[in-house]
Design a protein around this ligand. Structure first.
Ligand code: 2P0
Length: 319
């Protein structure tokens, strides 16, 4: 039996501790700030590309609108040279569009699969640079554990690299508050956040927080890592609330309630800091040792919310 020629790649999603929230160039996806993330073991996208008659997209066995993927494949064709149409078949183990950054793992896996399929000899940094054109956060999903996306100043200088952190026993308690499709896309959210009068101050503060975060990571100071990440996330969400173009929030009542419990947990002596992305879910930064306790505590209080424990994950791989 002849097998269809194709290639499969697996990318894990990442959660930013220092967020990307604004574009200096929306076409090239150049960010206004550098960002830093942790790749997660539990959530990933596995993508296979096969030659076909036209570009198409299936996610979890359902046919999807392929416009964004088709446009991205055309960017790759422009940058790297033409290749035939591709059927893109994705298995997504990330809750779709609910603030668990499925576009990060999706565009990283797609870029890697297409590159390998076409025998392009590229470094992880070069793949990261290409993936940026599909989705900014995808730049960081090629690397295990921690990655930094240096904002750069043009197409070739804006990509992520691995950030080596010695022995940090970190875990996240992921609160799956809502799995519904978000109302404001990340791109639209960023555009509107950039109309906040506080935006320039955020850009400046973010650069300082990134440097502080590197020190905290090198010192394996989990408490400080959490403090900086929480402050950075709240400042990001503050931009949304203060946008002059249709202010908005991704938070709902449960987001606020879980955030209150995070403070209670801290008062009880736990390491617990919240970070939120383009959705209502709260990710609680804690230690591997305390994660189960925190999960049990929250499960007791929020019977309808599902809590997962996520741990540092691997970089890109192929099948
Ligand atoms: C991040 N997020 O750093 C930030 C924090 C969400 C909140 O990157 O427009 O899907 O495709 O470049 O990467 C989500 O935005 O946006 C994101 P595009 P993306 O993880």
């Amino acid at each position: 039996m002849s097998e269809t020629k194709g290639q499969t790649a697996i990318a894990h999603t990442n959660i930013a501790f220092i967020k990307y929230w604004g574009k200096a160039d929306p076409i090239l996806n150049l960010p206004t700030t550098s960002s830093l993330s942790l790749t997660l073991n539990e959530y990933y996208t596995k993508t296979r590309v096969e030659e076909a008659d036209e570009d198409s997209l299936m996610i979890n066995e359902l046919k999807q609108d392929s416009k964004r993927v088709h446009e991205f494949l055309n960017v790759l064709r422009e940058e790297m040279g033409d290749f035939p149409p591709l059927r893109v078949i994705s298995e997504n183990k990330v809750p779709l569009s609910a603030g668990l950054a499925s576009s990060a793992s999706s565009f990283a896996a797609l870029t890697a699969a297409v590159a390998k399929h076409n025998n392009w000899d590229l470094s992880l940094e070069e793949l990261s640079c290409l993936a940026r054109r599909g989705s900014g956060s995808a730049t960081r999903s090629f690397f295990p554990d921690f990655a930094i996306w240096d904002k750069g100043h043009d197409d070739k200088s804006s990509f992520a690299h691995h950030y080596d952190v010695p022995n940090l026993p970190i875990a996240l308690v992921v609160c799956k508050i809502s799995g519904t499709i978000k109302k404001v896309s990340s791109s639209d959210g960023m555009r509107r956040a950039q109309t906040s009068p506080n935006y320039d101050a955020w850009v400046k503060e973010s650069a300082k927080q990134l440097e502080d975060m590197k020190v905290a990571l090198q010192n394996a100071d989990l408490e400080r890592v959490g403090q900086i990440a929480e402050a950075n996330a709240l400042a990001m969400h503050g931009l949304n609330l203060t946008a002059t173009d249709r202010r908005f929030t991704y938070f709902n009542q449960n987001t606020m309630k879980v955030m209150e419990e995070v403070k209670v947990l801290r008062a009880k002596g736990y390491i617990a800091y919240a970070t939120m992305d383009a959705g209502p879910n709260v990710k609680i930064i804690t230690s591997l040792e305390q994660a189960e306790d925190i999960k049990a505590y929250l499960t007791e209080r929020f019977r309808k919310i599902q809590f997962d424990i996520a741990t540092p994950g691997p970089g890109i791989s192929y099948e």
